[in-house]
Write a protein that binds this ligand. Sequence first.
Ligand code: MRU
Length: 331
Amino acid sequence: MTDTVAFDQQNNRLVIIDQTLLPGELRLLSLHTVEEIEHAIKTLQVRGAPAIGVAAAIGLAVLAKEIAGNYEQTLQAYAQQLKSTRPTAVNLAWAIDRLLAGAHDPQSLAEKALALWNEDVATCRAIGENGAALLRAGDAILTHCNAGRLAAVRYGTALAPVYVAKEQGKHVQVYADETRPLLQGARLTAFELAEAGVPVTLLCDNMAAALLQSGRVNAVFTGADRIARSGDCANKIGSLGLSILSKHFGVPFYVCAPFSTVDGGCATGENIPIEQREAAEVTALWYRQPMAPAGVGVFNPAFDVVPACNITGIVTERGIFAPTELPIDAK
Ligand code: MRU
């Protein structure tokens, strides 16, 4: 499949798969204005913690080349505008800060954006290799949201071990939570796994307890959007509940994430900013007609926090760590 995020240097464009159209249509978007890039991140045309970091970095490099005057001030304003598109995934700010560290000229930014793209591919591959060691042929895992290749440049995080295991001849099947309200599991995880020839079974989020109770799942694998020093991990809304269920039924719960998702400046999960999204995503977005009375109050946090005590291990590019033993430098 096409890479989720790419840098078309010849035409100076950020190229993304429009994930809002999947699974119905695989369409690429070529973006070059700050409004287009901001819109793409806010509306989840590109989404997933590593993918929005790489997309913002490439986007900023694209924008830098087109700045006509007042270069430094305009560049910083663009950087702030992109950073504020989504608050929870720390990879976004991390990637922009990495881009702006050191030389700021357009050529240096383009080279650094490309390096970040390559780093994401290598990092996710390493997560896949480390996580694949946890899997045996015939295992079944349960995953939540989309932390596969569509959430990064390639491979993804939580699904990278499944792809690597498949290459190693260890076939693993995946149960995918549909992931209300935006259906990343149904629309994206089921799509990308089916494309890759990995057996995938979809379930509604409220069926996870019954599935875990049935004993059919060997482990739960999720991604993360921000990891605090305490080992608490913010991830797609529903991850907290899944971690509680996993603990109850004695199923190991693994979080797969690169070190760019670790926020050394964040002491515990309580310090992680949680994005609140529009009510219409719950009441109307995927329906032909509204499924709730007009004006009803809606609780729609996009993420929740899995406490370290519910996590069996964090699978990173540097190995697998107990959540409280991640090697982290406080910022
Ligand atoms: O709102 P989204 O779709 O960007 O949320 C994505 C998730 O929560 C993923 O599970 C997380 O980014 C980890 S992905 C590698």
